[in-house]
Design a binder for this molecule. Structure first.
Ligand code: CMC
Length: 428
């Protein structure tokens, strides 16, 4: 296989290096293209742009493969926990029992917000979307731990653990505020996900009973969301981190990017779509017809993916978990029946087949979260809790790279050519 690509431009011939990844992913290195030829590449939406080399996550979208640090998502879903997987993603290897214990201890000792941070919650209207609160509060953490801002990375492990642990505390506090209930502090002795459920649903006078199957289902959702290579939010984190902004600022930007309905916001959008279909009495067929009609402005939410042109492996695992959770909690959710019907119809419909549109991770995750009693506005927040290890690992990869440069794409300018300033009095 050639390790060079040839390019003809303006009658001249150029050679460009070819880079081949561990799993035979091939890229043409265009980093010297402009200097050599005066041309840049144009790739709107970055569908063909490799923005970095990374050792964290591998996806083969054609085959439906997802691996964190080389381990398949199916194996991790079956054998690991969110906390262990978070360690794997950030530090590059499965922890020994001593390493896992140390990491868990760090998560516990950093789970409480700085007491002064609590007052920030008072300033938000109770109708605030929790994603807005989450990004604001993560960024606010920069004010409380200024060593990071001065570029001191000696406490990186502690900051990483604090972020993973406190994003959960912030999420729970913002939920409690939105329903007018008192804040519940985290409790030592609870595991990561059980503690989150405790902070969400306990009351000062009554501890919430944590069912193991509920904690396990939520832990699995976090694990399945823990990283997904260079998606919109992770690329945002890397972009911000490349300017040497601190860890909290970079991850806060990731939360904002995740919020949109084409990305993490899709889990909320899926349930809202299913609720609308249910309320309208449609069995799903009318909605499918609308989703195929570009003029309708509708899409089948939870379907399609930029990278997966086959089943999203996370969706398969989530669907199985969804069936188990609903069975175990004895919940008969009509939205599940609608989702199953939509999937069946779409997978047989030539529009979806030709475009290789399959259910993605968000298609069934919302139905599980609903069954666990989590309000729909919190769904994307839960995605953010899960994605935090991936953002931190990507931040670390940037920060650890001695050859790292600020990310700064170019553009092809298509606006007005040189023009003159017109005084106000003569403007039409
Ligand atoms: N419903 C109907 N048509 C669709 C859908 C859909 N969900 N997704 C893509 N298409 C069509 C699209 O209209 C286009 O058709 P045509 O070729 O005729 O113009 C074709 O399929 C290719 O779509 P695209 O928009 O160019 O694909 P993309 O790679 O830019 O977008 C996506 C990927 C995930 C944003 C898109 O599939 C989508 O909007 N899906 C619904 C939202 C969703 O579920 N997002 C969650 C993604 S997974 C979790 C995450 O990463 O956050």
């Amino acid at each position: 296989m050639s390790n060079q690509a040839k390019l003809e431009l303006d009658g001249k011939s150029y050679t460009l290096p070819v880079v081949i990844g561990t799993e035979d992913e091939k890229a043409v290195d265009v980093s010297a293209l402009r200097a050599d030829t005066g041309y840049i590449t144009l790739d709107e939406g970055y569908g063909n742009t490799g923005a970095c080399k990374s050792k964290i996550t591998f996806i083969d979208g054609e085959k439906g493969i997802l691996r964190y640090r080389g381990i398949s998502i199916e194996e991790l879903a079956e054998k690991s926990s969110f906390v262990e997987t978070a360690y794997l993603i950030i530090y590059g290897h499965l922890p020994t029992s001593a390493e896992l214990q140390k990491f868990s201890d760090l998560l516990t000792s950093n789970q409480n917000l700085h007491e002064d941070m609590k007052y920030h919650f008072e300033g938000f209207p109770s109708s605030s979307h929790p994603m807005a609160i989450l990004s604001a509060m993560i960024n606010a953490a920069s004010c409380f731990y200024p060593d990071l801002m001065q570029g001191d990375r000696s406490h990186f492990d502690e900051h990483a653990a604090r972020l993973i642990s406190q994003v959960r505390t912030i999420a729970a506090f913002s939920y409690r505020k939105s329903v007018g209930k008192p804040i519940i502090y985290p409790k030592n002795g609870y595991k990561f996900t059980a503690n989150f459920l405790h902070m969400l649903f306990s009351d000062p006078y009554d501890d919430y009973e944590i069912k193991p199957e509920v904690a396990r289902a939520l832990d699995l959702i976090f694990l399945l969301h823990a990283d997904h290579e260079q998606n919109c939010s992770t690329s945002t984190v890397r972009m911000v981190a490349s300017s040497q902004a601190n860890l909290y600022a970079s991850c806060s930007a990731g939360v904002c990017a995740l919020w949109g309905p084409l990305h993490g916001g899709a889990n909320q959008a899926v349930v809202e779509m299913l609720q609308q279909i249910h309320a309208s009495g449609d069995d799903g067929s009318k909605f499918i017809a609308a989703a195929k009609d570009k003029a309708s402005g509708k899409r089948l939410m939870g379907f399609g993916h930029r990278v997966y042109k086959n089943h999203d492996p996370r969706a398969k695992i989530i669907k199985k978990s969804c069936d188990e959770v609903l069975r175990s909690l004895k919940i008969d959710d009509p939205l599940l029946n609608i989702a199953v019907k939509l999937e069946e119809v779409a997978l047989r419909d030539s529009y979806f087949v030709e475009r290789k549109l399959y259910p993605n991770v968000d298609f069934y995750s919302g139905i599980i979260m609903r069954a666990l009693g989590i309000p729909v506005e919190m769904f994307t927040v839960l995605f953010a809790i899960g994605r935090m290890p991936g953002w931190i690992a990507n931040y670390k990869e940037i920060a650890d790279d001695p050859k790292g440069r600020i990310c700064r794409p170019r553009q092809v300018y298509v606006g007005q050519s040189l023009n003159s300033y017109v005084p106000m009095s003569t403007r039409k």
